[in-house]
Design a protein around this ligand. Structure first.
Ligand code: UD1
Length: 339
């Protein structure tokens, strides 16, 4: 079975490409390398023994996309990662986000329709829930007004896919990711943020390795036990494996509705201070950090109710926070050794 992975050189895409190949799928990758590197292909090949077929493609180029599908007719399913994901950047440049995350999805769906590609897995986010009314959060929780254009693109994308599945043969699953962290245990692939990391764990590892002077903890006066925000940090390989089982569900026609959504998290919330402590423990380092003001737009606490994914997909996160942080640290050490 041939699976197209858009954004397959990116952080989650590359780990999913590995999981797909290990499950026996043939992987085709398209990527515009806006936030990734061609070296990732080699990393995937080192782990799996197979180099995925790769084509540089910017999905905003409608004609190019059209041409790609005309020349690759036997695709059985698509996992669509290619998108922009920086919350702050989306506030500053909303049109970039709407073009990059929405137009591209529309073009892809048009090609799915034209070429009878019926299986689509979409990268969604727990950001669609906004500040939850109750925790853990289930898929039935209300979708709140998005607090950034980025979040809005995830909400709109889910709606676009849902509307399309109603009037076509396309079946789709949106996976609502919580906070992916960590790297493949081989350290062949991992997260490579461009510039200053916006996310907690890459900022922690870059601080510990000496690339950043100090981690800023955004607020210690939240109504949580230790005053810092709570998130559900999931090992990227657990997340990658969720894509494989979701895809298999569609390919085997086991889906119950044409469009389904699943939370993909561990079900366990960890505060920023808990993450710092766990990191210090697994790395044997002492992290330089200070508490600063809250970051605008941060929700206080969010973690997943994963019952639906457990029952319907037979999937459960297998790795814990410490294992994920250990892999993130191993990756950071390797990247810096080589640079
Ligand atoms: C958010 C979205 C997520 C989206 C991601 C894209 C929510 C709940 N989550 O993740 O869906 O995919 O952006 O980037 O909307 N922190 C610090 N110091 C730092 C960095 C982060 O204290 O230098 C804290 C944050 O305040 C937060 C936690 O660490 O409490 C995690 O932050 P981050 O890694 O940026 O992820 P989210 O904002 O949760």
């Amino acid at each position: 079975m041939k699976i197209l992975v858009t954004g397959g050189l990116g952080y989650i895409g590359s780990h999913t490409a590995v999981a797909l190949q290990q499950a026996g799928f043939e992987v085709l990758i398209v990527d515009n390398m806006s936030n990734s590197s061609i070296d990732v292909l080699e990393g995937i090949a080192h782990i799996t023994g197979t180099t995925p077929q790769f084509k540089y493609l910017d999905l905003r180029e409608k004609e190019e996309v059209h041409h790609y599908f005309k020349t690759h007719k036997d695709i059985d399913g698509i996992i669509h990662f290619a998108a922009s994901k920086a919350v702050g950047e989306s506030v500053e440049n909303p049109l970039l986000y709407y073009e990059n995350n929405i137009n591209t999805l529309v073009y892809l769906l048009q090609e799915c329709h034209a070429h009878k590609i019926q299986n689509l897995i979409f990268s969604s986010s727990c950001t669609v829930y906004g500040e939850p009314d109750s925790l853990p959060i289930t898929e039935n929780a209300p979708i709140k007004v998005a607090n950034s254009p980025y979040g809005n693109t995830k909400q709109i994308s889910e709606e676009i896919i849902f509307d399309t599945t109603k009037v076509s043969d396309i079946k789709a699953i949106a996976l609502r990711y919580f906070n992916p962290i960590g790297a493949h245990e081989s350290t062949e692939i991992g997260e490579l943020p461009l510039g200053v990391p916006q996310n907690l764990v890459p900022f922690i590892t870059q601080t510990a390795i000496g690339l950043r002077e100090q981690l800023s903890v955004f607020g210690n006066d939240y109504p949580t036990e230790d005053g810092s925000c709570i998130r559900d940090y999931i090992h990227v390989m657990d997340l990658a494996e969720a894509h494989v089982v979701a895809l298999q569900r569609l390919l085997e026609n086991k889906n119950k509705e044409a469009f389904e959504v699943f939370n993909v998290g561990t079900g366990k919330g960890s505060s920023v201070f808990e993450v710092i402590k766990a990191f210090e423990k697994v790395s044997g380092t002492s992290l330089n950090y200070k508490v600063v003001d809250r970051r605008p737009g941060d929700v206080i606490a969010v973690y997943a109710d994963t019952t639906r994914a457990n029952k319907e997909l037979g999937w459960k996160a297998k790795r814990d926070l410490e294992e994920a942080l250990r892999s993130a640290w191993k990756w950071e050490e390797k990247v810096r050794r080589e640079s």
